[in-house]
Design a protein around this ligand. Structure first.
Ligand code: MN
Length: 287
């Protein structure tokens, strides 16, 4: 396998969002997007007493892309302007299509509020191509048990296949463009070779631990590696217990116009999104 080399390494910026700390390795000043991936927020781990809500994100709109939540621990209650409501628990993934527009809130679940605990997750924004930006909003609530797990390196490397095709397996998430999403978990010493189509853009986000890339340099938690499209994959060797998210996808290659919660192709479409939201065309959210 010819290994991919590194295009960019970004360290997470720390932001505070509601009651929790958010690490943001994408976008940064140096990397605007890794087409089709627009934004990555790693929230927590934040531990609270019963009654505490580390998220408490009130109603807000989205249009033109897919917000995806990988919940590592805790519990989230999701509610929206179309009457949908759902619960995510640790290990679950929600693949949401904002499409033409939706207003939703993301808060701790009742179970989490009663017991307290640790909330940790990743929210990823996946872009949609122009032809699908106005798709009907949709949710895929993917339960942990429905995510195939591939074990390598005598159990010291586990890959959970959320989306895409990988080594003869298929992830449960349906996507508009070709995407591979793998949640990787390593015991110290675990080793994997990740194979990717050469035309896929690819990134690796390390949540915690330390991973050696291509038997060369090692990188620690809260680091994002953005790869060049110059090889068939990359190898990872864990220098400590580690977790990482591996994302790859076919680039969309269209202009990106973003303002706050809207991701469109032009400023005119952004203005339309703002107007449609104000006119109630994204529905009415009732708490
Ligand atoms: Mn949201």
């Amino acid at each position: 396998m010819k290994n991919r080399t590194v295009a960019n390494i970004t360290q997470s910026e720390h932001l505070s969002m509601g009651n929790t700390e958010v690490k943001q390795p994408l976008p940064t000043m140096r990397v605007e997007q890794v087409d089709p991936f627009l934004l990555l927020h790693h929230f927590g781990p934040t531990t609270v007493e019963p009654g505490g809500d580390p998220l408490d994100v009130g109603p807000h709109p989205h249009r033109g892309f897919e917000p995806v939540t990988f919940l590592y621990s805790g519990g989230i209650r999701h509610k929206d302007s179309r009457g949908n409501e759902g619960i995510l628990r640790g290990g679950d993934v929600q693949w949401m299509t904002a499409g033409r527009g939706i207003i939703h809130s993301e808060r701790a679940s009742r179970e989490f509020l009663e017991k307290g605990g640790t909330m940790e997750g990743i929210q990823l924004w996946v872009n949609l191509p122009q032809k699908d930006k106005m798709a009907q909003p949709n949710y895929q609530d993917i339960k942990s048990a429905g995510i195939p797990e591939l074990t390598e390196s005598e159990g010291k490397a586990r890959l959970r296949l959320v989306a895409g095709q990988y080594k003869g397996h298929k992830g449960p998430a349906r996507t508009f463009t070709s995407i591979l999403a793998l949640q990787a978990e390593f015991g110290s010493g675990g080793y994997v070779e990740i194979e990717l189509p050469e035309h896929f853009n690819a990134l690796l986000y390390i949540l915690n631990g330390e991973l050696q890339l291509n038997e060369n340099f090692s990188y620690q938690g809260e680091t994002m590696i953005h790869f060049k499209n110059d090889g068939e994959g990359f190898s990872l060797r864990a220098r400590a217990d580690s977790r990482a998210l591996i994302l790859a996808g076919a680039p969309i290659g269209e202009p990106v116009a973003q303002w706050g919660p809207y991701v469109m192709n032009s400023q005119t479409e952004i203005m339309e999104a703002m107007r449609d939201y104000q006119m109630g065309k994204m529905g009415v959210y009732i708490d």
